[in-house]
Structure formats: C-alpha cells, structure tokens
Ligand binder design. Sequence first.
Ligand SMILES: Nc1ncnc2c1ncn2[C@@H]1O[C@H](COP(=O)(O)OP(=O)(O)O)[C@@H](O)[C@H]1O
Ligand SMILES: [Mg+2]
Length: 363
Amino acid sequence: MASVKLTKVEKAFGAVKVLHGIDLQIEEGEFIVFVGPSGCGKSTLLRLIAGLEDITGGTLEIDGRTVNDKSPKERGIAMVFQSYALYPHMTVYENMAFGLKLDKGTGKDEREARIREAARILQIEDYLDRLPKALSGGQRQRVAIGRAITRKPKVFLFDEPLSNLDAALRVQTRIEIAGLHEKMSDTTMIYVTHDQVEAMTLADRIVVLNKGRVEQVGSPIDLYERPDNLFVARFIGSPAMNILPARIEPDGERASARVEGLAPLTLAAPRRVAAGGTGYLGVRPEDLSLSQDGTGDFRGKVSLVERLGEVTLLYVDIGVGEEPLVAKIPGSVPVRRDDEIALTARREALHLFDAQGDAVHPA
Ligand SMILES: Nc1ncnc2c1ncn2[C@@H]1O[C@H](COP(=O)(O)OP(=O)(O)O)[C@@H](O)[C@H]1O
Ligand SMILES: [Mg+2]
C-alpha cells in the first residue's frame, strides 16, 4: 500500500529527451493506466518508477520517501512484463519461489504460504509442477503475475501484459486483472497499455501520454466526455471522434460553430467563448443519428457501411475535411452504399476546440 508522486520527472537517453517534466500524484490503492501511442514514453516512465532506469531530472517519491537513488528491491515494487520473463528450466512453483528466496527475510513456510495463496487467487494451483513450456500464453502470464503477487509489493507495475495474447484470452485476462485489483484493493497498480479499451475498463484514472508529456489525467468517463484537447479527443473512443474545421462565434450566452457549407450549430452552455475565431467542432460517431425527414446537421452520400451486429458504422462524404464523417447507429439500419442520408448531432454531446486544439466546450 503506497502512494507514488512524480515531480517534474525527466528522462533523456544520451542527448535525446523522452520524458519532459511529468507531474503526477498516484493515490494508495489506485489503479492508474498510462496510455498513449507507441514510443510516447509509457514503458520508460514505468521503468523509472521501478528503478530499472535512472531518473535524469525531478523527484520520484513512494510513500512520501524520495527513491530516486534506491534500487528496485528497496522500492517495494513488482513488475509484470509483456514477455512474461519466466525461467524455462524451472517449474511454475520454482519460478514463483525464486524471487522470494532472494528476499532473505522470507522463510520457507512463509514462501510456501504465499505461493499457495497467489496460485489460489490466479487459479493456477493445478499447474505448479509444470514447466512454462507446458502452459498456454494466458497461463504463463498468470504465473508471471503470481510471481509478482508473492512478493507482496506496495506497488504493482504492468507493462502491456496482455499484448502477446490472442483476442479472446486478452479479454479474459483483462477481466482477471480487474478482479485481482478488487482482491488486492490496498495495492497501488500502474498499468501501461496502448489499448484504449484496456485503459477505459481497468483504470480508476487514466494518464494520457503523448511525446513524453501528460496530455490529460482523469477518470475514463471524464476523458471520454470532457477531453481537454484534440489529442485526447481523438485517442479516447472508438471509432474516433469526428473533427471538423469550424468557425466559432459567441452568440449571447451560447456559441455557434459554423462548419463551412453547413448550417450553423448552436450550443447550449458553452464557456470561455469570448471572441470569434477558427477552431474545430468534434462529434462522436455514437452521438450522430439518422434523421428520418431528410433534414439534419450533416448530409452526404454513404461511401461505406460496416455492419457489426449490435451497431452499424456509416461513413458519409459530407464535403467537409478530408475524412468521411463516421456515424455509429444502433442495430442494423437499412442504409446502403451510395444512399444520400442526413445525420443529426446530439447537441449536448458536441465538442469545440480552439485553433490550438484546446477544449472550449465542454471545458
Ligand atoms: N534504452 C533506450 N535507449 C535509447 N532510447 C530509448 C531507450 N528506451 C526507449 N527509448 C526511446 O524512448 C522513447 C519512448 O520509448 P518507450 O518508453 O519504450 O515508449 P512506449 O512504451 O510508449 O512505446 C522512444 O523514442 C524510444 O525509442
Ligand atoms: Mg512500451
């Protein structure tokens, strides 16, 4: 059980700076997910917290104690990697016992008890005598997690633990990790992924990273409903939010967004719209609906229909921007390619961004 605090944390490899002053307070028992595109610095940040990389600048505290210069062992952390990192010549039991033997304070009975307990939590009791090669990918990853659990870490670190698993196993193991967090609710967990579904489903709070900087920190719903900027707006949600260039004008207590060639859209309760300017209108695919009478906010020709069963994705050329507008319509709608359709946007769910990409509404 521990809090983790990062203050202006920087990391450079030689002359190349990859983390640029990360400030972050992680509370005891929290499940925090670092998410962002490949190469944005997620693993580096996790490895700094683990003590596997030296910190170039700033301060890292665990439980109020500065640990910049402490070894990984002294930090009370355990890490689970994408590659499992099990010893191939040792059984499951021996793999789990190995790290504990190195911890001098743990006697044989205590070791045994902790391994049995971890095996029970992860339901790998039947495999304790097997070698890793006799296990599936999902079972191996559970052993790697079990090995970490036996060390009773104050902070549990995961680096893309599911990315080597096939789709079905990924979902199952994701649910197991969520369950693990419930069972170990005192343990702070920091989890790295590039998969926004993992981030949304597992996190108490998500940290969105981009090019070595924090773009936004918030609960999954916060990030989804109130992205601070275009980067987060595009990164969270699938399919991605539609972004259209727009002229934004104050309109009394309201604001209007005029997308060239379309009727102006007026928003109910915007903030911070002092003067007019260029910017962007954002609308999520799921906030668009088919308008029955042919009048709507967006009209155009359907260029592609994807039927996913519970929803249908419509790609519509509206003659604005480079990308087609994407609409996510519940069920199987009788729309076909080349049909002319009209779509209406849910007013409360519109987003406005200024020319710099910072959120104007909601803000
Ligand atoms: N040991 C290293 N030496 C030099 N550059 C590195 C090293 N580790 C990572 N990097 C660079 O740091 C950046 C962030 O990498 P990483 O933290 O692995 O990103 P992510 O985990 O988000 O994909 C990348 O540009 C990567 O090439
Ligand atoms: Mg990585």
